[in-house]
Design a protein around this ligand. Structure first.
Ligand code: FES
Ligand code: FES
Length: 154
């Protein structure tokens, strides 16, 4: 079966088992390896991508469920030479240490900021509560998001 979906603004076709996990379709079939797999069980948020603008654990949904939808991965944000405001915020504030949780954090934070979510400490912590980080103790991640949100042009 062919499954058509839009990934980072490009129309893509997945050919394979429809119950392939979305994370595997992205990483293996579409070579978008920015999305990371931590727990594989919906607990850690490392695999977060946006589906029609909403953060989703890509380890939990089959690619067939993404048919016709708009998927955004961390690759859509920016590149090494041209970081997005949010990525630059993480760099400036130490929001990424080992970096394993970072793609998921970025996508969840991106959805929060883009949807007009409040960017005070508490709101950002709540928005990111499904994304686990072993390294930073969260404070620097929250600071990164707040700094980026302040710097962002309306
Ligand atoms: Fe998907 Fe942990 S890898 S939530
Ligand atoms: Fe290492 Fe978050 S920076 S898990």
């Amino acid at each position: 079966k062919m499954i058509k979906l839009t990934v980072n603004g490009r129309k893509m076709t997945f050919r394979g088992a429809p119950f392939t996990r979305l994370i595997d379709a992205l990483r293996t079939d579409f070579a978008l390896t920015g999305t990371k797999e931590g727990c594989g069980e919906g607990e850690c948020g490392a695999c977060t991508v946006l589906v029609d603008g909403e953060p989703v654990n890509s380890c939990l949904i089959p690619v067939c469920q993404a048919e016709g939808r708009r998927i955004e991965t961390v690759e859509s944000l920016g590149a090494a030479k041209k970081l997005s405001t949010l990525q630059a915020g993480f760099l400036a504030c130490g929001g990424a240490q080992c970096g394993f949780c970072t793609p998921g954090m970025l996508m969840t934070a991106h959805a929060h900021v883009k949807s007009g979510g409040k960017c005070d400490d508490r709101s950002v912590r709540t928005a990111l509560s499904g994304n686990l980080c072993r390294c930073t103790g969260y404070q620097d991640i929250v600071k990164s998001v707040i700094k980026a949100a302040k710097g962002r042009k309306k």
